[in-house]
Design a protein around this ligand. Sequence first.
Ligand code: GLA
Length: 385
Amino acid sequence: MRIEDLKKEFIKIYGEGEIRVFHSPGRVNLIGEHIDYNGGYVFPCALDFGTYGLVRKRKDNIINLASTNFSKRVSAKLYNIEYKEEDDWGNYLKGVIAFLLNEGYKVEGMDILISGNIPNGAGLSSSASIEVLMGVIIDELFNQGRINRVQLIKLCQRAENEFIGVNCGIMDQFSIGMGKKDKAILLNCDTLEFKYADFKLAEHTLIIMNTNKRRALSESKYNERRMECEEGLQEIKVHKEIDNLCSLSEEDYKTVEVLLKKENVRNRVKHVVYENERVKKAFIFLNEGNMEGFGELLTESHISLRDLYEVTGIELDTMVELSLNCKGCIGARMTGAGFGGCVIALVEKDKAEEFMKYVKEKYEDRIGYEPSFYLSGVGDGTKEC
Ligand code: GLA
């Protein structure tokens, strides 16, 4: 929907008056998967599509939430906010409001209309997008834009962990809150130090492909992987003083490998250590304009996520295999948590049409339903429009 249409919708629901409009992107991770909760480097960027939030202050303590994506409306009283199953999508916003209030930030009544363009369950972070959207709205409306952005991002992550109950790392909220047009973000998830890298592709284009596989098991498997990493860390710690798995180099890994008794744990740790190294190389290659080298790292990352971390599945693997069959594709990998969701591929610009036609046809033949394609640029982080 266009902004003008969204404003009309807002007026239909809440009546005439001033309306402020905010936008929060989705994100895609270029490389560095299942690394954020292991204290290493990730390399995501914000997309140029995401979630709009239209808002107006109220004079009382009521928060009204409506969405163009869901029919469910939610109403809550400030100072009395709790998780309610039936509030569904509204819980993501309520969580952020509750946590900001708890930290002593000013929040008053609001009428809000949300409208999202990020497909749910695609692994492009629709939930982090609305969380950071809510955080930035509260910052701009009631706190003069003075809330430190990184603090706000951490708070949104905590809301997702503790209010929603999803144990995600910091990557999604960070890339959405700190995104910049045409830049990817190299983020150290241990220290939260970060650097921007130009991500303006000259001869290539980044194609995002949704397997359209529902991510049924993903949450429990995600937590299982986190636990396996924790188990590996504890085993290594008995012999070597480290804070997180990403403080190990490839050389270190070779010396601690024998300490890891279970094969699955050993594989998870190996993925984490080598993936973290790949991210550092990817940053260098991108800055040097070595796109071939960058593309190869993407493919290596996928293979490691498939064979060592075991978070892919037939849909993601088929999509990557078909992508790599195509002339002009220099690298492809799953992105996000895995088990479903999206694949990214780097493809020569003039071959992109042919590429999508081939992958679509073959994927449908093999899997039985169509994939979706998104040609997104790299957009800005959450802000007022
Ligand atoms: C999900 C989580 C992130 C991150 C990725 C895997 O998107 O929300 O924090 O762990 O999976 O890299």
